[in-house]
Design a protein around this ligand. Structure first.
Ligand code: FAD
Length: 344
């Protein structure tokens, strides 16, 4: 397919919603998308699919979308690969965005490749950084490669849109402004029931979803140094006291001490809490990739040369089994930690 890429304008964000709630990654994409759109001198648009979701379109405008393309249809109430792919592909063909961003959620990872394949364009999965090349205005899409040992920057030179899925928790969230104004354009949905090959019979909530690492303000995270499943109780106690959640390294997950939904890092969740307490974690590059953007990092490790100390604001050299009960006794809030930091 030969495209006139000059015809393609605007930055689009897939406004993933579930049960009438915008996913947090969408707010991050709007924050990042706004920066890209500003540099290119184009509009930031969101595409929103669902049923009876007009109020969400307004919310997207308040988070910075200049325009929302809204596909409102009862067949779009639940996400289906077929339905969403068809509607979004048709909208892209009609309105021709130059950049299309999706969250690297389960839905985004399913949908993105389908759309890019139908449009014969490229997709870079799991990006952690997006920039506009100052020379030719193409988007530079950076993601970890070769097991996280290098960062690869990928371009999509010949086809449009340039598509990326973006890791949740990496980009800064857009700030909501109730005064923002924007346009809502309704899309015509031409879907028959035969166009959708799957049917959602029942939605069963997974209890594991209760661990929301990407939204957590405080994470107490454990690695092999915690020593056992029982050792994680020490972390839970501290997390509970600080109103935080428990995270883990892959090694701790692989050891069967904690569920994968708690894993932080390249093949787990990318986190950006105010406070990250790493307990008995060595600081492998794949783990660091998921927590280095934390505002404040405390590391506890009995090896003073552990690489985790290179990214820590406070390093405590010692045994987690001794240090954690002491911290839990002494710390009641993040304020106590700030005080502790000032004393250093
Ligand atoms: P270790 O590296 O074994 O470190 C344990 C640390 O605990 C050591 O530093 C030790 O000094 C300290 N320690 C021991 N006993 C105590 C004690 N009593 N008190 C205090 N400290 C103690 N890893 C992730 O975490 N997340 C990922 O998403 C991820 N993805 C990966 C993807 C790929 C493709 C690959 C190849 C690897 C990935 N890994 C990931 C694995 C990663 O490379 C490391 O193997 C893993 O992070 C190590 O976990 P750890 O720090 O718990 O264990």
């Amino acid at each position: 397919m030969i495209q006139n890429i000059e015809e393609y304008k605007d930055v689009w964000v897939f406004a993933e919603q579930r049960q009438g709630k915008i996913m947090p990654v969408v707010i991050e994409l709007l924050g990042e998308g706004k920066k890209l759109a500003k540099e290119l001198g184009v509009n930031l648009c969101a595409i929103l699919l669902g049923n009876n979701i007009l109020d969400l379109a307004q919310e997207l405008i308040e988070y910075g979308a200049d325009k929302v393309y809204l596909a409102n249809d009862e067949k779009l109430f639940n996400y289906t690969t077929d339905g969403y792919t068809t509607v979004i592909t048709e909208a892209i063909k009609k309105y021709k965005p130059e950049i299309f961003l999706l969250g690297a959620t389960h839905i985004g990872r399913d949908l993105g490749p389908r759309i890019s394949s139908r449009l014969d364009t490229g997709l870079t999965a799991d990006c952690t950084k997006l920039e506009i090349d100052p020379n030719d205005k193409k988007i530079l899409q950076t993601r970890p490669a070769f097991g996280g040992n290098i960062m690869a920057t990928i371009i999509c030179p010949n086809t449009r849109p340039q598509m990326s899925t973006v890791r949740p928790g990496v980009m800064d969230k857009a700030i909501r402004n109730l005064q923002n104004i924007g346009l809502i354009e309704e899309l015509t949905v031409n879907l028959s029931s035969n166009d959708i090959r799957t049917r959602v019979i029942k939605t069963v909530k997974n209890k594991k979803e209760l661990v929301s690492l990407s939204d957590a303000n405080i994470i107490v995270s454990g690695g092999l140094g915690v020593g056992s499943k029982e050792g994680f109780t020490l972390l839970e106690n501290l997390a509970q006291k600080l109103d935080g959640v428990v995270g883990a390294s892959r090694a701790a997950v692989d050891a069967g001490w904690i569920d994968h939904s708690h894993q932080v890092g390249q093949t787990g969740t990318t986190t950006k809490p105010n406070l990250y307490i790493a307990c008995g974690i060595s600081g492998a590059i794949q783990h660091i990739a998921g927590m280095q953007e934390s505002d404040f990092i405390i590391a506890i490790n009995k090896n003073s040369t552990a690489p985790i100390f290179n990214v820590a604001d406070i390093g405590i050299v010692g045994d987690v089994h001794e240090i954690l009960p002491l911290l839990t006794e002494q710390l009641n809030s993040v304020e106590d930690i700030k005080k502790l930091y000032k004393e250093f």
